[in-house]
Structure formats: structure tokens, C-alpha cells
Design a protein around this ligand. Structure first.
Ligand SMILES: NC(=O)C[C@H](N)C(=O)O
Length: 338
């Protein structure tokens, strides 16, 4: 933990580090693939950007040190509880979370549903390690810190700040494997942008988030098991069978097109439902709304339509929904609300 000198005027921003490329290192300054993620500790990230101290009283905490493909429910619960503890303190104005980009959208949506505060929470990452030419992490971290201490970000839900662009944690997704302009909210768009040191917002999220949600993780030590079954031509339902056997309480079906399900999958789906597994219909397309009773008879089969959530985000809402109820109708309402 490192503490900056406190000044009266500057906001107090906590930087919680989880790992990722933003804390990575490559062999040379042209290494932009094949580097090692999650090696630099939070103190190094902060000290690498001395300008942070001009825009906030910053202090850091290491929550985990992992590449974000290794993110887990366990780390999410630890992180969510710590964020809630910190934001309940009068001497914390906002939080920045440094994170790998691979699952950043999942952590952002999880926190968007479980953080119980209007204070800003901003996730940040980078596509190039700090050792690379034109590394993007330092400027991203600088701006995320400004955003976390800003009045503009209050009440906007959990935000994601990379590449000059401010997104809602609900809507954002990683769209490109290897370039800095990877985070987008296709069709919905960003909430705003940075111009120099200034965050400029053009819209606010309408779906319920943070303090307005019904989800409380304060007493949870685990989340219900939910897995994702990807559909493709020739799929026989064998994945759904295996997930049911493994003890899934919910399965998100990453359907083709508008959330369509293959005929050959139905026996496995119905067998899963007999064991109490809740089925959510999302789509591998990654854009658009799954209409209820569109490509499947949701009423007849007791499916939940995922609205506009992609499979990995639908999984998060389903896990949290299952902490409240296993009734598909009630869970459907949550998918329309959040
Ligand atoms: N750019 C990145 O951060 C990718 C890395 N695999 C991670 O998610 O930790």
C-alpha cells in the first residue's frame, strides 16, 4: 500500500489492482504479443505515472495478480466486497480497478450489479504492456483516475475507460483481439469521451445498476454455478449434458442468430430442466436483442430470453439472479431490468 500526500482539494481515489497486461512486461519494447501479463505490483503502476498525484490523492491495494482469463467468482466476490467497504468510507471518493482486458467486461458488469454506492468505480486496462512502444496503460490509468474522482461519473454505474472512451460496464465488450480500440458497445455506443484531462458525457445508462439493484453479496462466499453452451451447426447437445452432469444450476445458451436452438439440443435441455437447471437464451452473434418467444417458444419451455446481454454477461446476471430465485419468470423480469 502506498499513500500519496493528502491535499484538501484533490479527490481521494483508491486504485485496486487485479493484474492484466496493464501490469505486464515484455522482453523488448516491440513485444506487443507474447509478453507476460500481471507482473508489476500496484505500487509500480502508481509510481510509473507520477502525474496521478496531481489529479487525486491515490493509494493502492493489490487484490489479485492474474491475467484476466484466470478471473474467477472467488476474486469477484473479494473485489466486490472490498469495493463496497471502501466506498462506504467518507475518505474514499472513487475507485479505479486495473484489470486484464479479456474478462474486463465481465468484472465491470458484475460490479455494476453488486456495488452499493453512487460513487464512481472505473475499470481500466491496456492492450500493450507498459514495456512496449506506445504503451496505452499509463494514459488510460491517468484518465481513469481523473474519472474516478470526477463529479461527472457519480451515479453513472460502473464505468470502463480505455482509448479515450468512457463506456458503461453493462454494455461494453471486447471486440478486437489485439488492438487498442477494442472496447465498444456495438449499437448502443459509449457514454462519453476524454478531451485532454476532461471527461465529457453525452448520455447515462437507463438500466438499473449499483445502489438500485436487489443483489447483495455481503454474506456470499460463492456464486451458483452457471456455464455457457455454445451452439454451432451439427451440435448434438453433448455440452449441455456435460454441464448438467457437472452440477450447473444455470446454463446460458449462446445460440445461433437471434438465439436459435438446434432440434438436437432439446432432449439435453429438457433433461437439464428436469434437474432444475435454468436455461437462458443468448446469442453467439454478440449484438442485438433476443426477443421472447421469437426463435424459441420461451413460454412453453420456460426459457429466459437474454435481452441484449451477450453470453458472458448473461452468465453473470443469471448467477446473481439465482441467489434470489430459480423461477424463470422472475429471472426474465431481471433480464429486462438490468
Ligand atoms: N490485454 C490484456 O490485458 C490481455 C490479458 N490476457 C488479460 O486479460 O489479462
Amino acid at each position: 500500500v502506498c499513500f500519496a500526500e493528502a491535499t484538501d482539494k484533490l479527490p481521494n481515489v483508491k486504485i485496486l489492482a487485479t493484474g492484466g497486461t496493464i501490469a505486464g512486461a515484455g522482453a523488448t519494447n516491440t513485444t506487443t504479443v507474447g509478453y507476460t501479463a500481471a507482473v508489476a505490483p500496484v505500487e509500480a503502476l502508481i509510481n510509473n505515472v507520477p502525474e496521478l498525484k496531481k489529479v487525486a490523492n491515490v493509494s493502492g491495494e493489490q487484490i489479485s495478480q492474474i491475467a484476466s482469463e484466470n478471473m474467477s467468482n472467488e476474486v469477484w466476490l473479494k473485489l466486490g466486497k472490498r469495493v463496497n467497504q471502501l466506498l462506504a468510507q467518507d475518505d474514499v471518493d472513487g475507485i479505479v480497478i486495473t484489470h486484464g482486458t479479456d474478462t474486463l467486461e465481465e468484472t465491470a458488469y458484475f460490479l455494476n450489479l453488486v456495488v452499493k454506492s453512487d460513487k464512481p468505480v472505473v475499470l481500466v486496462g491496456s492492450m500493450r504492456p507498459p514495456t512496449a512502444m506506445s504503451a496505452d496503460g499509463m494514459l488510460n490509468l491517468y484518465r481513469a483516475t481523473i474519472l474516478a474522482g470526477s463529479k461527472e461519473a457519480v451515479g453513472k454505474g460502473v464505468l470502463v475507460m480505455l482509448n479515450d472512451t468512457i463506456h458503461s460496464g453493462r454494455d461494453v465488450t471486447k471486440t478486437i483481439t489485439d488492438r487498442v480500440d477494442t472496447f465498444k458497445a456495438p449499437e448502443i455506443g459509449p457514454l462519453g469521451f476524454f478531451t485532454g484531462d476532461k471527461p465529457v458525457f453525452y448520455r447515462a445508462p437507463l438500466r438499473k445498476h449499483t445502489a438500485a439493484t436487489e443483489f447483495d453479496i455481503s454474506h456470499l462466499n460463492e456464486l451458483p454455478r452457471v456455464d455457457i453452451a455454445y451452439h454451432y451447426a451439427g451440435n448434438t447437445g453433448v455440452v449441455i449434458e456435460a454441464l448438467t452432469k457437472a452440477g450447473a444450476k444455470g446454463i446460458v445458451h449462446a445460440g445461433t442468430g437471434n438465439g436459435s436452438i438446434g432440434k438436437a439440443e432439446y432432449p439435453a435441455i429438457e433433461a437439464a430442466q428436469k434437474k432444475g437447471v435454468v436455461i437462458v437464451r443468448s446469442a453467439r452473434v454478440g449484438n442485438g436483442i433476443i426477443a421472447r418467444n421469437g426463435e424459441a417458444n420461451d413460454d412453453k419451455y420456460n426459457f429466459v430470453a437474454a435481452d441484449s446481454l451477450n453470453p458472458q454477461k448473461a452468465r453473470i446476471l443469471l448467477m446473481l439472479a439465482l441467489t434470489k430465485t430459480d423461477n424463470p419468470q422472475e429471472i426474465q423480469k431481471m433480464f429486462w431490468e438490468y
